[in-house]
Design a protein around this ligand. Structure first.
Ligand code: AMP
Length: 422
């Protein structure tokens, strides 16, 4: 029968004990580290649905973004309502706090999950990918910026990310942004015939986004255009300098006044972390301040800043992924004693905090089970046969250190041993 294939740009992640794809292990490990870091900054988890009303993304991510223009996975449901698989996490978080009427308080939230964008798949770019994100809601420019950058430094340090550069910029406060946009529009209007359709749309809807154009003709025109940095207030410039000086010992931070982000809702401080080891798709996280989004989606005025991390890209950059757990493989030699011997596994699991105990469930010889334990990188094999059960002992065979001899321990001793290596 004809096989069914996965969809273009959508990948399976299978742990290395089953699949051969060791990026999956790196991804799962990276997710655990990120969750621990978020919790250590006292941030709470939020989970929102994968499907949302299409209007949510049109009104937040915006009409001038590639995401809304070309990449939404939108469908009509059975009621002819247009629904969309979320392309990013921020809009749903804001929708959720408005709906729960908690948009008048501050919140620190993190999320992790799949996102969907109908992009042209290539290395580091998928149609379904995973993002972890943090949203600091109800905090004005200041300490929240430092908190986000501190978190980025912790992630880079903990995962030993290769060759990271954190690019930062400021899109201006309301007053300076307005002045800059007027100057930019005044400069570009007479040249409008040279702009393509998308940039013309941006000129009307959100002129700042023209700075994100990929059209070489527009980029040439922009060389002579007014520059954001000439319009920034001292406070905005001070924010950039403060961030750079606070964290320059920890991370390579560059101020890049051409950095604007691909989504419409950003205001103020923006950033993107890149690494030369990623190739063409070089950003592994990005974000910024979005002080107007909550109000624009029908909620209260709520200043906010957030970031989104591309898990696949971050994991591919993580240099040394320690697999922190010790694996112990329990081999029961005779099927006659299985239930009794199994009780030992159950007991050991109840007393161990971080050791993984793999009970080999399938039939097979001692030799084949030891082969399996070695393949799984188990540190020890615990072997129980009829004789051992009778004498209430277990054979312990160290597998990683080939020079160590196997020993026999009593049931009590094995419990102490597990506690010792835990
Ligand atoms: P964005 O929401 O576009 O700011 O993206 C945040 C991060 O998500 C990026 O820096 C990438 O690391 C990651 N990312 C975005 N789009 C994709 C994609 N199609 N495939 C894999 N990762 C992605």
């Amino acid at each position: 029968m004809k096989k069914v294939h996965s969809l273009t740009g959508m990948i399976d992640l299978i742990g290395s004990k089953v699949g051969k794809n060791n990026i999956a292990d790196k991804i799962f490990y990276t997710e655990t580290i990120l969750k621990n870091i978020f919790e250590s900054y006292s941030i709470s988890e939020i989970r929102t649905p994968s499907l949302e009303d299409t209007n949510l993304f049109k009104r937040s991510v915006g009409d001038t973004s590639d995401i809304v223009n070309k990449e939404l996975y939108s469908f009509l449901d059975k009621n002819d309502k247009s629904i969309t698989l979320r392309p990013e996490g921020t809009a749903s978080v804001i929708r959720s706090i408005i709906e729960k009427k908690i948009d008048n308080e501050s919140h620190k939230l993190w999320y992790l999950g799949p996102m969907w964008r109908y992009e042209r798949p290539q290395k580091g770019r998928y149609r379904q990918f995973n993002q972890a994100g943090v949203e600091m809601l109800g905090y004005s420019e200041g300490l929240a910026e430092l908190e986000i950058v501190s978190m980025i430094c912790s992630i880079i340090r903990k995962l030993k990310i290769e060759d990271p550069i954190l690019k930062i910029n400021h899109l201006g406060d309301r007053d300076s942004k307005q002045k800059f946009c007027i100057a930019l529009v005044d400069f570009l209007k007479p040249l409008a015939t040279k702009l393509d359709e998308r940039d013309l749309k941006r000129l009307d809807a959100n002129p700042l986004r023209i700075l994100d154009s990929k059209n070489p003709k527009t980029l040439e025109i922009l060389k002579e255009a007014p520059k954001i940095k000439d319009y920034l207030s001292n406070k905005s410039l001070g924010t950039l300098e403060l961030i750079k000086s606070t964290f320059s010992n920890e991370c390579n931070i560059e101020i890049d006044h051409n950095l604007v982000r691909g989504l419409d809702y950003y205001t103020g401080f923006v950033f993107e972390a890149v690494s030369s080891n990623l190739g063409a798709q070089d950003a592994f996280l990005g974000g910024g301040r979005y002080d107007d989004l909550c109000h624009e989606l029908g909620g209260k005025e709520l200043p906010a800043i957030g970031m989104a991390i591309g898990i696949e890209r971050l994991a591919s950059l993580a240099k040394s992924i320690e697999i922190p757990k010790t694996l112990v493989s329990l081999i029961i030699i005779s099927s006659k004693i299985e239930p009794k011997a199994y009780k030992i596994a159950h007991k050991l699991r109840s007393i161990s905090k971080s050791i993984n105990i793999d009970v080999q469930l399938s039939d097979g010889s001692l030799k084949s089970k030891l082969r399996r334990a070695n393949k799984d990188n188990a540190a020890y094999a615990l072997i129980i046969g009829e004789e051992e059960l009778e004498s209430e002992t277990v054979i312990i065979k160290p597998l990683l250190d080939k020079n160590s001899e196997q020993t026999v321990m009593s049931f009590n001793e094995i419990e102490s041993f597990i506690k010792e290596i835990d």
